[in-house]
Design a protein around this ligand. Structure first.
Ligand code: NDX
Length: 255
């Protein structure tokens, strides 16, 4: 396989278009899973959350890993390039092999699982293909301000995301499916603390890679889970009369 810049451009543009479609579809009505799924008790058409998240996220880890293994002779020089590919795989290792096995979430709708899996194949290919076959970085990229600041943001975002997912999980005992008011960590300031972390993470990745595919993916993430944070916030305000009034939806003190 070789690098086709026009393929990267086409796939990134399509991802950008999907982000806008996503925004227009889910700004007014949330995507129908988790607390926004109305028909909760029908097990048909749903997969247990553990299984669903594993299946859905696996391609985001597997596709870049396969591309890396198939690359002959191995490239990934300089060090900056190798590190960036590892960051992407590291996030999806967590999301595929760790997150699903601890989740206490409700069963996930099969239809969304299908589209989610397709999305992960698509994005895993785009990010992996670009980093492994196309990206060119100078040898001193690791000391470039874009790499270092992006890496810091990525790590900060990932830390917030993992910590917030943990706080959400601790709200339930095993087998429980009720919703409670999240407390602690960044939930003190926003209802979508896990989403805020994930968005910071992918914008950090985009800055560190300084690439069109990564910026488009960060934009997609914002359009996908930004509106969802807003809908979570509205849900909490509607459901809990004692919900903290100073808490924002997604961005601390701002929105
Ligand atoms: N999966 C990313 N679009 C998505 C699945 C849905 O990783 O057709 C995007 C991802 C997919 C989406 C994915 C892509 C676009 C799709 C969409 C479906 C339709 C859409 C395919 C792939 C589509 C077009 C048209 C463009 C093609 O019971 P429960 O499950 O609610 O329990 C929850 C629990 N919890 C609570 N427990 C007690 N009390 C409370 N108050 C609670 N609040 C929540 O915590 C869950 O078990 C858990 C987390 O819930 P929630 O709702 O806060 O997060 P969730 O949305 O489930 O995300 C989980 C993690 C989170 O860290 C988030 O940052 C990350 O995954 N994520 C999620 C979505 C996308 C994404 C990251 C990204 O874009 N980077």
């Amino acid at each position: 396989m070789q690098c086709f810049p026009s393929l990267v451009l086409a796939l990134s543009s399509l991802l950008g278009a999907l982000a806008l479609l996503q925004l227009s579809l889910y700004l007014r009505v949330p995507s129908r899973y988790g607390k926004h799924e109305e028909r909760l008790c029908r097990p048909r058409g749903r997969l247990p959350a553990r299984c669903a998240w594993f299946v859905q996220e696996l391609p985001s880890f597997l596709v870049p890993a396969l591309l890396l293994a198939l690359r002959s002779p191995p490239r990934l020089e300089p060090l900056g390039c190798r590190l960036l590919c590892c960051l992407f795989c590291w996030h999806y290792f967590y999301r595929t092999f760790i997150y699903p096995f601890f989740t206490r979430g409700r069963p996930f709708p099969l239809q969304l699982l299908f589209f989610g899996t397709l999305f992960c194949v698509y994005n895993g290919f785009l990010q992996g293909y670009y980093l492994i076959y196309c990206a060119e970085y100078p040898n001193d990229w690791c000391t470039d301000i874009r790499f270092t600041s992006g890496l810091l943001l990525f790590l900060l975002g990932m830390g917030i995301n993992i910590h917030s997912d943990l706080l959400l999980r601790q709200l339930r005992k095993p087998g429980e499916v009720t919703y409670k008011i999240p407390q602690g960590g960044l939930f003190t300031y926003v209802s979508g603390a896990n989403y805020f972390g994930e968005i910071v993470e992918w914008f950090g990745f985009a800055i560190a890679t300084w690439s069109l595919p990564a910026f488009t993916f960060a934009f997609f993430t914002l359009c996908c889970i930004g509106p969802r944070a807003y809908h979570h916030h509205r849900y909490y305000l509607k459901t809990f009369t004692d919900y903290p009034k100073s808490r924002k939806a997604l961005i601390p003190f701002v929105f």
